[in-house]
Structure formats: structure tokens, C-alpha cells
Write a protein that binds this ligand. Sequence first.
Ligand SMILES: [Zn+2]
Length: 259
Amino acid sequence: MCFRPSGGRLRLERIAMGPMVIGMDIGGTFIKAALVNRRGHILARLKRPTEASLGRIQIIDHIFSTVRSLETNPLSRGRVSAVGIGVAGIIDFRQGVVSVSPNFPGWKNFPIQKMLSQRIGPPIFIENDANAAALGEKWMGAAKDAQDFCFITLGTGVGGGLVLGGEIWHGADGMAGEVGHMTIDPNGPRCGCGNRGCLEVYASANALQRMVLEARAAGRTSRFFRNLKPSEINGESIHRAAQKGDQISREVIARVGSA
Ligand SMILES: [Zn+2]
């Protein structure tokens, strides 16, 4: 665990005043959490492996012990007023239920808020991770002065959050801002969500890899990828190849950009 900032004790005392919250991201690989004061200063961070394969009871234990560590941090002194948790997938934020999560196949209609409330004192809020990140940008980041904006995360997939009138627009099922699953081509490749041709299958790290593998399967050779395992063909290696003039890499990056 690290404490930030590392200034003098007096400064720490001052920024640690008032109520605090814990923000947490439950990823497929890591649980990342932070103790944050009302001004948005991060006072402490914690990161631990999720160990997603262990099953949901063990992950609930991990979440609980992470919250506990931050609650008992000398800077928080029991003043944590709420815990906000972001999870990828379809989240029923009103009920605090994970309907479906790509990172946790066993979490269908999982009442995570209720399970955690039995062990954690402060109120708990569950939100789609990209929606939570959009709210973060609204509070302290690039969208501070905007009332209406769209937030997009580009990574393994494409996440999105839509903020209208300063608040997350959830839509009927909490997924109104999921721009990654807008249809770009109804006849396109199958997406993880079950539909075809979503933005995510054209404009993500997975998309880059798939398009290079397709080119290789179609007999197009490139000295950059000839001897690589599929797992070694990723955003980084494709970017490097493109910089060295590889035609396939340049084409797939252009397709991502145009999508
Ligand atoms: Zn999709």
C-alpha cells in the first residue's frame, strides 16, 4: 500500500479532513481501490489480484478485506461515508445487482450489494465501470466543465458512459452509454455480447489482434508476425510493426480508426 501525497504531516492532516469515500474497480485481474477525500485527493491506494477463478464467495472476501484495510487506514480513522464499486458488464445499479459480467461468468444476477452490505458498514453503490469512470471525469477530470458528454474507454474492449445534464444516463437497463456495442456492421463478426458487428469488434485491442490473425489465415505474410504466437500479437506488437512500415498493421490500425 502507498500513501499519497507524501508531503509533511500537517499537509496530510489538512487534506484528510472531512468525510471520505472508497472507490473500487473490480477487474478480471485486479481489484484496485483508493481512499479519496471530498476534494478528490487520493490518500491511499490498494491493489490485489482478483483471483476470479476462485468463485464469488472468495471474491466477496477479497473485496471485504480491501475495504477493511482502507477503512482502518490511519488517515481514514473510521470516516468512510460510502463505498463505490465499478464492475464491467450489465449492472442493475438500482438493485445493486450484477446482471452479467464478461469478467465473471458465474455472476449472473449476482446481488453483490446485498452480500457486501452484510459485512460492510457504509452504504455501497454498484455501477458499470465505464459509467463510474465517466463520473470521475465529470468530478475531477477532463469533463469537469461539461454537462453533456460521452466517455469512451479503449482497451481490450470498448467501454462507454453517457452523461446528460451532469448525470449518468442509464436508460432502461443501465447500458444506455455502451457505445462499444453499437452496431457498425449488422453482418460483421460475432461480438462477445451476442450481437454482430459491434464497434468493439472493430475498434479494440482484441479487434487489432483478430484482424492480423485473419490476414495471416488468409495467407498474407508479414515478417513481423510470421513466428509469433497469437497471444504475442497484441496492441503493442502491432503498433511496433506499423511504425516499422508493416502494411498489415497499418491497414488494421486504419480500420480501427475509421470504425
Ligand atoms: Zn457487442
